[in-house]
Design a protein around this ligand. Sequence first.
Ligand code: UD1
Length: 362
Amino acid sequence: MKILSIVGARPNFMKIKPIYEEFKNRKIDQILVHTGQHYDENMNRVFFEDLELPKPDVFLGIGSGTHGVQTGAMMSRIEEVLKEEKPDLTVVVGDVNSTLAGAISSIKMQIPVAHVESGYRSFDMRMPEEINRILVDRISQFLFAPTEDAINNLLSEGADKKKIFFVGNVMVETLLLNIQKSKKSSILDNLSVNTGNYGLMTVHRAENTAKPEKLIGLFGSLKKIDTKIIVPLHPRTKKVLEDIGYIQKLGKNIKIIEPLGYLDFLCLLSNSKFIMTDSGGIQEEALMLDVPCITLRENTERIVTLENGANILVGTDPIKLTSALDEIPKREKSYPKPPLWDGKVSKRIVDAIIGHPDLFAL
Ligand code: UD1
């Protein structure tokens, strides 16, 4: 059997790592393709180093662009690779444009697709990721679901039951493997903060960066709190803040830094008092690390983080954000963990692939 895995953007890297290792342990032939969707040193290479991922076998160097330009360029290049490599199965992870491009190119060449992190739905079609998730799930042969609600979403869309596998959350497997290692990071010293005396924020999603007034409202409401807030800033958000001249007007408690590598971020998150984020994966990591999370979105596909009390949705409403920040000291100090969010997710995935040759037939 020959497997071809496709990654491209920052959140893909931690999802593919355990799966890649599991295929390797079972001596299954595999090719790792990187689309180059993320290319900055600190959005890309540092993750390969931190995670000890091998250099990709194929690097496509696609880079940034509008959705059509970026996804189209990926598809045409991935098609060439598939033609050359002739894998038996393509593995895609998450919901980024590289995931979509990989799945479409593959199925059009009649190569079956396995989607890891299948079934999450925000029910918000304004999100590019929601479109990617729906399309990829519809054309995949293996649907690897992280939660029970994800399975219900797939079933309610008419997915074939025998294609759905409840495997748990693969990103959690990576987190569990790296949490000890992250303790060696010197990031707390570098930023002159101590455990529990700072908050953390990440914001990069199109819905929050497209309208600068949203960012101004968001950062404006943080001026009122006296906790230091560390903000590893995505290049796009940084550009917007610079363009509107707001970067110099941020509160004195705000510390903007470059995007962090995996281990430094894990260390900073696990020691923080709270996290504010519009990322998907960070909501899950916060739950696992028992860090109260405030999500800067109107909705989430990670329903389980709300059910477990780890997460509160505030969008970018300054009033809701301020009241969520006031609530932090009253929040639970530990949260129940969802079933199968453990260290055996990649084993379940590879077992399912090996055990179901019937699903390779389209
Ligand atoms: C992508 C994913 C998003 C994920 C995020 C993690 C899609 C549709 N979105 O969003 O789900 O949460 O990755 O970061 O795939 N840029 C750089 N350097 C880079 C990469 C990007 O400067 O290495 C800048 C460019 O200006 C680019 C912009 O960021 O135009 C957006 O990058 P892109 O890959 O299109 O999407 P993200 O917003 O990063």
